[in-house]
Write a protein that binds this ligand. Structure first.
Ligand SMILES: Cc1cc2nc3c(=O)[nH]c(=O)nc-3n(C[C@H](O)[C@H](O)[C@H](O)COP(=O)(O)OP(=O)(O)OC[C@H]3O[C@@H](n4cnc5c(N)ncnc54)[C@H](O)[C@@H]3O)c2cc1C
Length: 475
């Protein structure tokens, strides 16, 4: 401790106010734990400020314009003009509303908010630098601590984000003008979501990807629907291409060089490059040694089923902990650790973590795929329903994709589902509940679904797995 620096004490210190940290802090405070939440930037973290919310706001706004512009078949002849500056202002307004909401909720629940950058100064001590001239620092002693410092975009050699034409997702989401053309390095979910909206805004998009397909981890028939649609929107894909470097071109553009496995080089011209090769946990600035913490090989903090690290009383949640880097996974972990800290018998259960990709159409999954179910020793019963057979999908002129349900062939218990198609991110909730509560195919088939809705497709897929679908052939 610095001489003259008096430490303040708290029962629980939460470092990072993203969807993991602020949820943990609110829940702990609700349970009567004296809680201090420390944040170096804006409350809400990546998700609210530069991730889920701004990207989905821009995706929605773009879709409104794009749908109006392409609805001639339905007799709508619109002359759409996009004011990008205004769209970005609107998106920023949504972000401001949500981040100020987080502050109000924290205060109303009695969470003590400290603004500054925290690092460990011992096993039960944090040093918080307030930043800015003359702002000083303080020491906070804690009984228990939650590390929720999230992640940042991975930078690849030769593509520093402080060089203007090279953008990370934060910079891309803040652009006030649509680039004429863009090389997207990486066809993961962030690369694909943002490629789709830029293509709809008239940008000429080229995706270069090191692997042999987009969206690693998703099944081929799911990806095919999204890739085909992206190609229809004008996105060009080049697979097996590792980005190597870039240089400025004469016409104020950029030339990106890639290399394939055989060492052959290719070049791609564009106005800007967007690098979306994944996100790495933010742990390097925390002085972990002082607390006896050490990241694993993936740069994350290993935790047990309660979220506790190898150091008693120190927990890790969200993007710094193992598992998918998703906001709702971070928030659920936040709730669990808060309850554990408060002495409640809570634990994490990862069997029903849904994931959504907000491309056109959307993808959403939960639980096991058919291949995973087989690997785990099940003999799965699989049912599928195409949106082309859905009355509701046809009335909205959006009928690409399908619902697939994977169940245990013996008991009928729902093991997982994959949806690609309109509103997939909403439809998956019913199947997440089914996995979580141990519902069966019969439960879903017996549930009367509103007509005409997309959710009828979930019922039809369950009926298909049982061999008695009405609106698709049972084979
Ligand atoms: C473009 C984009 C789109 C996304 N879309 C989705 C989506 O649709 N759905 C979804 O589920 N997920 C999405 N994500 C991922 C999601 O944003 C993250 O998984 C989620 O934000 C992780 O939450 P977290 O609480 O672990 O960390 P974060 O949200 O990253 O928050 C960590 C916080 O800790 C603070 N911090 C870091 N170090 C310190 C320190 N030393 N002292 C004090 N504070 C510190 C940071 O400033 C930050 O506010 C998206 C991400 C991006 C980039």
């Amino acid at each position: 401790m610095v001489v003259g620096d008096v430490a303040t004490g708290t029962e629980l210190a939460v470092v990072g106010a993203g969807p993991g940290g602020y949820v943990a802090a609110i829940r702990a405070a609700q349970l009567g734990v004296d809680t201090t939440l420390i944040e170096k930037d804006e409350l809400g973290g990546t998700c609210l400020n530069v991730g889920c919310i701004p990207s989905k706001a821009l995706i929605h706004a773009t879709n409104v314009g794009y749908e109006a512009d392409t609805a001639e078949e339905m007799g709508i002849h619109a002359d759409v003009k996009v004011d990008m500056e205004q769209m970005v202002d609107w998106k920023d307004g949504v972000v401001d509303q949500l981040t100020s909401g987080v502050e109000k909720l924290c205060k109303a629940n009695g969470v003590n908010i400290v603004h500054g950058r925290a690092e460990f100064a011992g096993e039960n001590r944090l040093r918080v630098a307030h930043g800015g001239e003359g702002q000083g620092s303080e020491t906070i002693e804690f009984e228990q601590c939650v590390v929720a410092t999230g992640s940042r975009p991975i930078e690849i050699p030769g593509f520093a984000y402080d060089d203007d034409p090279v953008l990370d997702s934060t910079q891309l989401l803040a652009l006030e003008q649509v680039p004429r053309s863009l090389v997207v390095v990486g066809g993961g979910y962030i690369g694909m979501e943002l490629s789709t909206i830029l293509a709809k805004m008239g940008c000429d998009v080229t995706v270069v990807e090191m692997m042999d397909d987009i969206l690693p981890g998703y099944e081929e028939d799911v990806k095919r629907v999204v890739r085909k649609r992206a190609e229809e929107l004008g996105v060009d894909f080049y697979f097996g291409q590792a980005a190597k470097g870039w240089e400025r071109a004469d016409d104020a553009g950029i030339v990106v060089t890639t290399e394939n496995e055989d060492g052959e080089e290719s070049t791609f011209d564009a106005e800007k490059a967007f690098v979306a090769v994944g996100r790495q946990p933010v742990l390097d600035t925390l002085n972990l040694d002082a607390a006896g913490l050490e990241p694993n090989e993936q740069g994350r903090l290993e935790t047990d089923h309660t979220g506790e690290t190898n150091v008693d009383g120190i927990f890790a949640i969200g993007d710094v902990a193992p598992g998918p880097q998703l906001a709702h996974k971070a928030s659920k972990e936040g709730q669990v650790v808060a309850e554990v800290v408060a002495g409640e018998p809570a634990a994490m259960d990862y069997q029903a973590v849904p994931a959504a990709v907000f491309t056109d159409p959307e993808i959403a999954t939960v639980g096991l795929t058919q291949a995973e179910a087989e690997e785990e020793g099940f003999t799965p019963a699989v049912g599928k329903f195409p949106f082309s057979a859905s009355g509701r999908a046809l009335t909205t002129n959006d009928h690409e994709g399908f619902v697939r349900i994977v169940a245990d062939g013996d008991s009928g218990f729902i093991l997982g589902a994959q949806i690609v198609g309109p509103e997939a991110s909403e439809l998956i909730a019913e199947l997440g509940l089914a996995v979580e509560m141990g519902a069966t195919l019969e439960d879903i088939a017996a549930t009367i679904h509103t007509h005409p809705t997309l959710s009828e497709g979930v019922m039809e897929a369950a009926e298909h797995a049982l061999g008695h679908a009405i609106h698709t052939l049972n084979r």
